[in-house]
Write a protein that binds this ligand. Sequence first.
Ligand code: ADP
Ligand code: MG
Length: 339
Amino acid sequence: MDHRSTVQDAPPTSLAVLEERARARPEAFGRTSLIVCESLVRIYQSEGIEVQALQGLDLLVEEGELVAVVGASGSGKSTLLSVLSGLDVPTAGNVRVAEWDLMTMTARERVEYRRSTVGFVWQQTARNLVPYLTAKENVELPMSLAGRPRQQRRTEAAALLDVLGVAYCADRRPGQMSGGEQQRVAIAVGLANSPRVLFADEPTGELDTATSNDVLEAMRSVNRELGTTVVVVTHDPSVSDHVQRTVEIRDGRTSSEVLRRTATRDDGTEHEVAEEFAVLDRAGRIQLPQEYRETLDLVGRVRLTLEQSHVAVRRGQDAAETDDASSDAHRTGHGRRAR
Ligand SMILES: Nc1ncnc2c1ncn2[C@@H]1O[C@H](COP(=O)(O)OP(=O)(O)O)[C@@H](O)[C@H]1O
Ligand SMILES: [Mg+2]
């Protein structure tokens, strides 16, 4: 065997290995997660103008999590929830909830998915409840559509209203309840058929701060006591005080996450810590916070260098730093240009 044939033989082998790895990868991304959004794109066309509401969004939610999704108005939160609740189909990407592939399911499967797997609470209190039915009857309605026996409906509706702290509203119609009570009843309606996930789009948008806190705490008890996975969308960043994980969407993409955990001090006492992380997407992109960019005047081309334990981002146009950066880049062999 001469040298040339070895060289010619080598590429097919490594190509096969690479292909195998590429095939294995989509499996690995979120394989054990309950909700998987991968590079989701949703483009709206209206009056000849194209709006990119989701621009390659990645999100994983594990079974049993309570996650808040925050973001400014227009950042794509409602679009994401319409996709996850099966009301809308994205332009591109992959999205799965439990065993349902939301990109490819048929209209019939969509109905079944919405009936069995997910529950919703909308911002408009009026959209959640039938005005001429009592709280109890509102909660029982989806149960009877699912064909559950009467006695079971009664018991379960009463139990749900109890978990949400609105048992006393059972015989009232929406018009006889406050906004916060209506939203808590709405959560009970969303949970009527024991969904795997409860989605709520700005459920506190029409409420004052104190009432909002009640509703968020109600979501928390649902998550804790019934074990339901909850995804709540809001423009109110203070929601992160109530949940363990807050995901921020900016321009149709997940940009950062705040995680809360209980840490132990040296003296053994416990305290809550909230840590903010930037999110590295599947294509390797991260968003640099605006204040970092402004402080260091990072615009346009920047230099990335791989250091021993971190990656440095430097101004591209600065001559002194350029020398510095290029010698680092040379040393590590990982100098990159980035836009
Ligand atoms: N049906 C639609 N047609 C055209 N543009 C839309 C439609 N729905 C939403 N958009 C646009 O998509 C972007 C994201 O909207 P949305 O998901 O409602 O954001 P959020 O809920 O975070 O306020 C906005 O620019 C919005 O104007
Ligand atoms: Mg919205």
